[in-house]
Design a protein around this ligand. Structure first.
Ligand SMILES: [Zn+2]
Length: 159
């Protein structure tokens, strides 16, 4: 007789019991279920909570780790009180990622909970290309200043 074990996030599956030859229902953890934060080698989209702009990015690492890096950077820039001169100087800084620029210059809040993985690609150059395609698809709604890493492969580390 198979023992039914209740597990968190478990799904019911029919199995044939060898001793009593009856179909029984067991609850199992689906092995292919993966939390979005754990996804690697992906292209992702981060929306703004105050307007219809979105940020398209890519990472070979875990999506959750990259998202937290964006969040830490945005929060470190937006926590400081913006004086008129600080705001003016921030407008001239172009070395910050577009996502951080959008939050600081527009004084908008990023909708972190709605950030999603929109594509998966293990090959780095193809992933950069896909990032560019997704950025182009967003058109005027994209926060990105250009089409991403695809246009600047020479400044990326080779590792
Ligand atoms: Zn916005």
């Amino acid at each position: 007789m198979l023992t039914v074990i209740l597990l968190e996030f478990a799904v019911p599956v029919w199995l044939l019991c060898f001793c009593c030859e009856l179909f029984v229902t067991v609850l199992v953890h689906p092995k292919d279920k993966q939390e979005k934060e754990d996804l690697t080698e992906c292209v992702y989209k981060v929306p703004c909570a105050n307007c219809d702009k979105t940020y398209i990015g890519e990472t070979g690492r875990k999506f959750g780790v990259r998202l937290q890096e964006h969040r830490t950077e945005v929060e470190s820039k937006t926590e400081r009180k913006f004086t008129r001169s600080l705001r003016a100087s921030s407008l001239t800084e172009h070395n910050k990622p577009a996502l951080t620029d959008h939050a600081t210059q527009e004084n908008h809040v990023i909708n972190w909970s709605q950030a999603t993985v929109i594509d998966r690609e293990p090959e780095r150059f193809t992933r950069w290309f896909k990032e560019a395609i997704h950025t182009r698809k967003e058109g005027q709604q994209a926060m990105n200043r250009d089409e991403g890493s695809y246009q600047q492969p020479r400044i990326r580390p080779l590792s």
